[in-house]
Design a protein around this ligand. Sequence first.
Ligand code: F6P
Ligand code: MG
Length: 446
Amino acid sequence: MTSSSVTPANPPYPALKGSNRQLFAFATISKRLPIILTKTIDDVYQAYHKLPPEESEKQAEAKQIIEKISRLKYELQHDKPLIPIEDDGEPDVQIWNDSLKKYFDGVGWYDSPWLFCECYMYRRIRETFSQSKHWKNYDPYFKQKIDAFRGSLLPVQELAKRFAEPPHIDNKEEEWVLFHELVQVCLWGNATDLSLLANMSAEEIKKLQSSGGRAQLAEKEKNILCNHIDRLWKHLQTLKGGRVDFILDNAGFELFVDLIFADWLIQAGYASKIQFHCKAIPWFVSDVMPVDFQWMIDNIAKFFGPEDQNLITLGQRWKSYIDQGLWYVRTDRFWTLGFAFWELVNQPALWEDLKQSQLLIFKGDLNFRKLTYDCQWPTTTPFEEAIGPLTQGPPVVVLRTNKADVCVGLPDGKEKEVEEKDKDWRYSGKYAVICFSNGNSSSQSI
Ligand code: F6P
Ligand code: MG
C-alpha cells in the first residue's frame, strides 16, 4: 500500500479499535478512560473546594468544567458519535474539526481508531478549561505528576550520584558499556506512565524504576523484544557534536532519566545542541509540557527534602545548558493532534525543522503508536516499513515499553515465544522495544 492511500480512517493495516473486545483498546476505552475522566473531575473538585468565597466566578467555572467533563464521560460510556471541538480559541480547532468531518463523521468511540479517539478525549478535556477565564492554564494532572515523582527518590539519588560529575571514561569499550546502560535506563524510565500505574503493584513499579545496577539491567535486557541498540551506537559514532531531538513523553522520573541521557550526549561530545519537544496542552495524564520541564530544572535540587549536592550540580548544569542555548524546549500543536506521525511529512514547518536534526529520539508508548499508525501489523514487520514516509527523514530511534496492542520489529518466532510466557506482553509495560531506522542518512547501518 502506498502512503497516499493511507489516511487516519484507513491505516496500512486494520486500525486497533475499541470495538474488538480482545484488544487492550477495548479495556482502555471501556475501563481506563472513564477512570481517568473521573480522576480529572476529582482534581478540579478539590481545587474548587480550596477556593475562598470571594473567588465565586472561578468557582462557577469549576462547576461548568466538572459538568462538561461528566458529559464527555457519558458520551464515551454510551458510545456516542465524536462531536466537533467547540471554538475555544486554541489554534487547532479547525484541524480537529476538519479531520472529524472528513474521516469520522457520525462515528462513535468504539468504532473510531483507538489512537484517534483517545487523543480526541484529551483535546475535549482541554476544551473545557480553555473556554474558561480562570482555568485556562490549569493542568488537572500537575499534582499527579508531582506526587508520582516523589516515589522515585531512590533511583533519582542513585543516578544523580553517578552522573553529577560526568563519568571518567578511558576507552571506547567502557563508553559502549555506559551507553548501553544509559539507553536502558532511559527506556525503562518509560515503564511507569500515570495512565497505567493502576495496573501495577508498588513493588513492580519500584523494580522497573530502579536501574538496579548492571546485573539487573542485563536481566531486563531479555525483555527487549526488538533491540537495535547496536545500530543506534553505530549511528552515534558518526555524530560529532550534531543536533539531537527528543520527542519527549512523560514528566517526572522519565523526564529525569531523559535529561541524564541528554546530558551525557553533550558531555560525551555526540551532541552540541539538543531540542526537546514537549506537549502544548495537558496530555495523556503524565506527558511533559514546557512548564513541567522548567519545574524539573528549578526544583530537582530541593524537591526530595534537604538539598542533595549531586542534584544541585545536575540542576545547575542543566540550567547552564539552557542559558547557553545548548538545550532548548519547543512545542508544536502537531504533537497533540490525533494523527499518526506518517502525517509529519505534511507539516512543512515542523518537518523541515526536524530534518535539521541528526537523530530523532522518540520516547514512549504513544509516540510508538503514532510512528507505526497504531494498526494490526504482523509483529515481524520491519520497523522501517511501519514508519512509512518517516524513512525519508533523519535517523529515528524509539525507546518504548509496550503498553498497547501494536508491535513491530520482532524477529521470527519471538511473538510465539513471548506469548507462551506472558499473555499480557503487548501492554503490561514489562516488555520493550528499541527500534532504529537510519532514515535517508547516507551512513550505512548494519
Ligand atoms: O491509554 C493508553 C495509552 O496510550 C497506552 O498506550 C499507554 O499506556 C499510555 O496511554 C501512554 O503511554 P506513554 O506515556 O508511554 O506514551
Ligand atoms: Mg505519556
